[in-house]
Write a protein that binds this ligand. Structure first.
Ligand SMILES: *[C@@H]1O[C@H](CO)[C@@H](O)[C@H](O)[C@H]1NC(C)=O
Ligand SMILES: *[C@@H]1O[C@H](CO)[C@@H](O)[C@H](O)[C@H]1NC(C)=O
Ligand SMILES: *[C@@H]1O[C@H](CO)[C@@H](O)[C@H](O)[C@H]1NC(C)=O
Ligand SMILES: *[C@@H]1O[C@H](CO)[C@@H](O)[C@H](O)[C@H]1NC(C)=O
Ligand SMILES: *[C@@H]1O[C@H](CO)[C@@H](O)[C@H](O)[C@H]1NC(C)=O
Ligand SMILES: *[C@@H]1O[C@H](CO)[C@@H](O)[C@H](O)[C@H]1NC(C)=O
Length: 590
């Protein structure tokens, strides 16, 4: 067998199966080690032991402790570590741990390690070789532990050294090194994508610094762990994906950017998600309807039908209660009932003397309907003449062609959306897309509110656009809630795979978020951008000069309609008179 894994659950005190003559002959050593384990367990609880290497004293001890034990005598597991994370790692000698599985290495990176030194190996060299593997929680005991009672613990900051801790000391054996990094550098790279990170020159110190809600988070972390930040800027002509590539190639520690990593599994190079946001389109606000369309638009077909049905019903009731018989129902009586027509239009009409009770009730209904109708249309007309309504909005990705609009998108986003097989994105006809090779050109167009395109925008960026638009007379864009590529977009910060202080960073990140700082910075980001001169505080909507009152031509179509109706009724009137005259003339002749 290449490797041997035995899981011993609560083995208790079963007799030793692994002969280690020298250790077995030293009950003193076993007893001391047992005490050490109890001390280590008091410092931080563990419930699993992982023992690398072949027979040594640790195998004996593991049986005395009531914890589950995984034995890896070959030095490497061939599967991902899927046991408890509360694991103490024991190595029978400094070379015994030869782990190669990436996931196991990541998961067990910050677990505590206790190494049994054999021969005359220097503790310094052991610390060195472990620190090269970025494993920092290391302590050692020598074979003379029974007499010396000293534990060698590695310490890295401010200088690498060995600390000797006595078994009965109150000092901790393992410490969290990265809580105080004593000015060690943290390398980062930024894309300067406002408002996440923005460059400015600090007036007091004259240094170049970063600001913005992602930069602030990282700045605060650097300050918290007493490190120094070494940041570089992404070159102008280079893709934003390069940040992720550099993080994956272990060239930088933390990327000052936000990355969505839905498709990059496992999430080795991403932090816990910082933001949960949407990814939608910002679309140009449609133009307002011209005044001469207002008359046409307030007449809704459904409402017309309802009015017509109401008209017929009222006429029928009226005719019936006047004659108390349905025999009076004639098409001409019902469709051309002048009382109902005048009543509905709010005009005066004759009220029969000695009307019955039911007739009166019908007149009351008619009166009520006429008040409702005339006030409704009056209100519609007046408010729309004051402020005309917007034209139709786009509700589907397929409709962009119809509205003669194009969606601007950068190549990076096209690749990401294609890779994730995004359904809404596939719906868009390729002709409606305008793909920009250079993402900076695209961002520039979007930031300047260029009206030639619609743009993809994340919810967090939109909030600062919305803030900016408050200074406009008329908003130029709106976020289309029904045109989204994703409603659940996780944004996280890229972190190097084996970042030793990943847990500290994530804890810091969540604390700042929980405290509301991230939201506070986000809500202030527009003002920061204005302060740094990145956006102008001016109205980009190019408002038209104040347009004056209604003109004749705005209601000309209605007047034309009116003229046509008057002419039609005049002609009808003339024909009626003419027909009467002609009939009389024929009667005279006969
Ligand atoms: C392990 O369990 C046994 C019995 O369950 C107990 O006697 C022994 O003290 C325990 N050992 C330790 C180290 O807790
Ligand atoms: C750990 O994972 C391996 C494969 O990845 C699987 O065969 C094994 O059963 C798992 N062990 C436990 C304890 O889940
Ligand atoms: C493990 O990580 C290294 C870089 O850290 C990478 O080159 C290698 O491909 C990874 N192996 C697996 C199996 O993912
Ligand atoms: C922070 O690091 C500096 C060295 O860069 C060191 O002089 C200082 O004492 C450290 N601060 C704390 C609180 O340890
Ligand atoms: C980016 O521009 C620099 C010079 O400004 C040039 O040296 C570099 O090759 C360019 N990189 C790419 C990917 O075009
Ligand atoms: C929009 O596009 C047209 C032609 O395609 C161009 O003439 C115009 O300048 C563009 N508008 C803006 C604001 O860039």
């Amino acid at each position: 067998m290449a490797w041997l894994v035995i899981l011993l659950f609560c083995l208790g005190q079963i007799g030793a199966q692994f002969p280690d003559i020298s250790a077995r002959n030293k009950p003193e050593l076993q007893e001391r080690l047992l005490k050490l384990f109890v001390k280590v367990r008091q410092e931080e609880f563990f419930d699993t032991l992982l023992v690398y290497g072949e027979d040594c004293v640790f195998h004996l001890i593991s049986k005395l402790l009531n914890v589950s034990t995984v034995l890896v005598s070959s030095g490497s597991t061939s599967y991902d570590w899927n046991f408890s994370s509360l694991t103490l790692i024991l190595s029978c000698d400094p070379e015994a741990e030869k782990e190669v599985t990436n996931r196991t290495l990541m998961k067990l990176q910050r677990n505590r390690r206790l190494i049994y030194l054999q021969g005359n190996i220097q503790p310094e060299s052991v610390c060195n070789s472990y620190s090269q593997k970025e494993q920092f929680n290391v302590a050692m005991v020598g074979p003379d532990f029974d007499t010396s009672k000293y534990i060698y613990a590695c310490r890295y900051f401010p200088d690498p050294k060995i600390e000797q801790v006595h078994l009965s000391d109150m000092k901790p054996i393992y410490i969290e090194h990265f809580r105080n990094m004593h000015g060690a550098p943290i390398k980062t790279i930024t894309d300067l994508l406002a408002p996440r990170s923005m460059l400015y020159i600090d007036e007091k110190s004259g240094e170049t610094k970063l600001k913005g809600y992602v930069s602030n988070l990282i700045n605060n972390f650097v300050e918290k762990v007493n490190a120094t930040m070494k940041f570089e800027l992404l070159e102008k002509n280079i893709s934003i994906r390069n940040i992720l590539k550099k993080v994956q190639a272990d060239q930088i520690d933390i990327g000052t950017t936000l990355e969505t990593c839905i498709h990059e599994t496992p999430l080795d190079t991403a932090s816990y998600p910082l933001l949960l946001t949407t990814y939608c389109l910002m679309v140009q606000v449609p133009a307002k309807l011209p005044y001469n369309m207002v008359y046409a638009m307030i007449v809704d077909r459904l409402v017309l039908v309802i009015i017509f049905v109401m008209f017929c019903m009222l006429s029928m009731l009226l005719v019936y209660s006047e004659n108390m018989s349905w025999r009076a129902w004639k098409l001409s009586n019902i469709l051309l009932n002048d009382i109902t027509m005048r009543g509905l239009l709010g005009q005066s009409h004759p009220f029969p003397l000695n009307a019955s009770k039911s007739l009166r009730i019908i007149f009351v209904i008619l009166c009520f309907a006429s008040i409702m109708m005339t006030t409704m249309y009056d209100a519609y007309l007046q408010s729309y003449f004051t402020d005309p309504p917007f034209g139709p909005h786009i509700h589907s990705f397929k409709d962009f062609g119809k509205f003669n609009q194009k969606i601007a998108i950068s190549t990076i986003e096209v690749i990401a959306l294609t890779n994730t097989n995004n359904t809404p994105f596939r719906e868009i006809p390729k002709d409606d897309l305008r793909i920009f090779e250079d993402w900076r050109v695209y961002i520039q167009l979007r930031d300047s509110f260029n009206l030639n395109y619609s743009y993809l925008v994340t919810g967090d960026r939109w909030s600062s656009f919305a803030e900016q638009q408050k200074a406009f007379k008329e908003p130029l864009f709106y976020i289309a809630k029904d045109l989204c590529f994703s409603r659940l977009l996780f944004l996280s910060i890229p972190l190097r795979r084996h970042l030793p202080y990943r847990h500290l960073f994530e804890e810091h990140m969540m604390r700042q978020h929980e405290f509301g700082l991230v939201n506070y910075w986000k809500s202030h980001s527009f003002f920061d951008m204005v302060k740094l001169g990145l956006v102008p505080l001016e109205d980009l909507s190019q408002p038209k000069a104040y347009d004056d009152s209604l003109l004749m031509e705005d209601i000309s179509s209605i007047l034309k309609l009116y003229l046509a109706a008057i002419s039609l009724s005049t002609i009808c009137f003339l024909i009626e008179i003419g027909a009467d005259k002609w009939r009389r003339w024929r009667e005279l002749r006969n």
